[in-house]
Write a protein that binds this ligand. Structure first.
Ligand code: CA
Length: 223
């Protein structure tokens, strides 16, 4: 899952990026509304954390521009405490949720998890596929009751596919959602990671659809 943080306060920006990275997400960040708008307009994020008080272009305007352009990713806005009018303006502009400053980082993380699973149509933090279960909260993967140790990239790969269980995901889409904007993206390496992940899982849930991409599906529904 790839996220964007738009926050002009450098300390807060760094704290948000670090906490989200530690939770297993790939994170890009911007420090003003113009850069934030550009990234959100051109890169495929799974969710965005957007401060409303931003230099150059304010957060509400950024959000309005994205929604007008048809960008549908879930957006969590950061608002000043006691500014109820900010929240209303944010929701009217297309926000999905908000957190008032100052906030506890745990609350931001929980709300981001909720946005990600709701946007993929899941009701709980645990995603399952046949014998495989992946807990997006604890970042644990269990196969047939046994914990499986994955690298952070393998976890991101599996989490993305499990959020979109049953759908064929192209290599290009995977690369776009697994790496940040500065990464040298070679889609051939995805094949290598898929192979390693399949071996670690040891069960038949991760399918290669020739010429199209990859799909996580119940073992019986193998495409
Ligand atoms: Ca601000």
């Amino acid at each position: 899952m790839r996220l964007l943080v738009v926050e002009d306060d450098p300390d807060l920006n760094r704290q948000l990026v670090t906490a989200l990275q530690d939770s297993g997400y790939v994170v890009d960040s911007a420090k003003d509304g113009e850069e934030g708008h550009y990234l959100g307009d051109t890169e495929p994020y799974d969710a965005v954390v957007l401060d409303l008080g931003l230099p150059v272009i304010d957060g509400v305007s950024v959000l309005e521009k994205w929604r007008r352009a048809g960008r549908k990713m879930p957006v969590l806005i950061l608002t000043a405490r006691d500014r109820w009018s900010d929240k209303v303006a944010g929701f009217d502009a297309g926000a999905d949720d908000y957190v008032a400053k100052p906030f506890h980082m745990e609350e931001v993380l929980a709300r981001v998890r909720a946005l990600l699973r709701r946007s993929a149509g899941h009701a709980t933090s645990e995603l399952t596929c046949g014998p495989v279960s992946l807990d997006t909260k604890s970042a644990r993967v269990v196969v047939n009751g046994m914990a499986v140790k994955l690298t952070s990239l393998e976890f991101r790969l599996l989490a993305y596919l499990m959020h979109h269980k049953g759908k064929v995901i192209s290599r290009t889409e995977l690369v776009e959602h697994l790496y940040d904007q500065d990464f040298d993206r070679d889609s051939n390496t995805v094949e290598v990671f898929v192979g390693r992940l399949r071996k670690k899982l040891g069960v038949d849930v991760l399918h290669t659809i020739r010429g199209m991409g990859y799909c996580v599906a119940e073992p019986d529904n193998a495409a």
